[in-house]
Design a protein around this ligand. Structure first.
Ligand SMILES: Cc1cc2nc3c(=O)[nH]c(=O)nc-3n(C[C@H](O)[C@H](O)[C@H](O)COP(=O)(O)O)c2cc1C
Length: 180
């Protein structure tokens, strides 16, 4: 079964991210083995490896190795991001910066949530993941008022629910028929 990571990048006690993760997991659990990846639990320190991950150098820290193995074991990932001051949380950038080869070619869907359907954060996260050569398949923006309440009650539009289903189908196809 295809292993799909669902990455929660916010850490607030009352975070909406967990509810968005459940929405994705409910849509994906029949089709995928889910690894729910919670950056709050992983609690990486600020990037502290001596070399750039792009160098291919072995990790020197236990947390760097463990994080690399967690992402390296995935066939695909859905990254959830809130919009914080028009961008993604610092913890997400840090977690992404820790790795390089693990993101390369990884089928990746991005789901942002916030005001204005997360239209500020999604292009930024897409640019970051494209820079790392991830295979970005979809970007879906959930908006307060039209798709969810600020407390995290989800009433996602049919159009966006369909976009999620399409993204999951596209991920499965990518994993089953990778480009040589
Ligand atoms: C520090 C901070 C900055 C925020 N900045 C924005 C913003 O620029 N745009 C926006 O749409 N929402 C913004 N919000 C609202 C968040 O998108 C909203 O609280 C969301 O639920 C946060 O995700 P979380 O609940 O998973 O932590 C901000 C919230 C916080 C805590």
């Amino acid at each position: 079964m295809t292993k799909l990571g669902i990455l929660i990048s916010s850490a607030r006690p009352n975070r909406v991210g967990e509810k968005v993760a459940r929405w994705v997991a409910d849509a994906a659990s029949d089709q995928f083995e889910i690894d729910l990846i919670d950056l709050r639990e992983i609690a990486l320190p600020s990037f502290d490896e001596p070399e750039s991950p792009k160098s291919g150098a072995d990790k020197t820290t236990d947390h760097g190795r463990t994080w690399g193995e967690r992402i390296g074991a995935l066939d695909a990932v859905v990254i959830l991001t809130p919009q914080y001051n028009g961008s993604y949380p610092g913890a997400l950038k840090n977690a992404i910066d820790f790795l390089y080869a693990e993101w390369r070619g990884l089928p990746t869907a991005l789901i942002g949530y916030g005001w204005g359907a997360a239209s500020e954060v999604l292009p930024q996260l897409e640019a970051l993941m494209v820079r790392l050569d991830a295979d970005v398949i979809a970007g879906i923006g959930l908006g307060f008022r039209e798709d969810l309440s600020v407390e995290g009650e989800l009433f996602v539009t049919q159009e966006k629910s369909a976009a999620l289903r399409d993204a999951l189908v596209a991920i499965e196809q990518k994993v089953l028929t990778p480009v040589a």
